[in-house]
Design a protein around this ligand. Structure first.
Ligand SMILES: Nc1ncnc2c1ncn2[C@@H]1O[C@H](COP(=O)(O)OP(=O)(O)OP(=O)(O)O)[C@@H](O)[C@H]1O
Ligand SMILES: [Mg+2]
Length: 161
């Protein structure tokens, strides 16, 4: 198994699985904490839009970690915002702000942050460093054992990977 797709019902659902996703990222990556934080930011943004969030996590060719977070909201001009961020260097004042940092964290940590046209799904890509690759991919957590999480079988139509 090189990927999982699951739906979380409420933040409670995500809380149930967050730790096992974190453990899995630790086994996989050199900078797991940053990537975990970036994923959490995307998930937090998604839960502001509604109570159901779809998350897909997979590894492509053992080289790229691909994560997708989709919400049921009406979206926003995500790519414009991300493009604006990439060009701007954060000011000291911005770094101390109590909100508005999620996208910035995602862009700083990940190699790609791309929203769909509607802006209710974000594709997060991290190129994996080769020097810390585990010999075998760690097994992904089994989402079926969590009550507020529904595993989805089959391939979801995805953003352009
Ligand atoms: N999934 C989404 N759907 C709709 N709008 C979004 C979504 N994600 C982000 N946004 C918009 O982009 C803004 C910036 O997001 P960002 O995560 O950077 O900051 P924040 O969520 O406002 O604050 P923080 O993440 O620091 O708590 C949000 O305030 C919101 O208006
Ligand atoms: Mg946010």
């Amino acid at each position: 198994m090189n990927g999982i797709h699951f739906q979380c019902y409420g933040r409670e659902g995500y809380k149930q699985v967050r730790h096992c996703i974190g453990d899995w990222l630790h086994a996989l990556l050199r900078e797991p904490v940053q990537v975990e934080a970036a994923l959490n930011e995307a998930v937090n943004n998604a839960f502001r839009q509604g109570d159901r969030v779809d998350i897909t996590i997979r590894v492509m060719n053992g080289k790229r970690l691909i994560m997708r977070v989709k919400d049921g909201g009406c979206g926003f001009a995500g790519n414009c915002r991300v493009a604006g961020l990439a060009r701007e260097f954060p000011t000291e004042q911005e770094l101390w702000q109590e909100s508005g940092r999620g996208l910035r964290i995602m862009c700083a940590v990940l190699d790609r942050v791309t929203y769909n046209r509607q802006g209710n799904e974000v594709l997060l890509v991290k190129n994996m460093a080769t020097d810390r690759h585990p010999r075998h991919m760690p097994d992904l957590p089994d989402m079926a054992s969590y009550f507020a999480v529904q595993p989805v079988v089959g391939r979801q139509k995805g953003l352009g990977e």
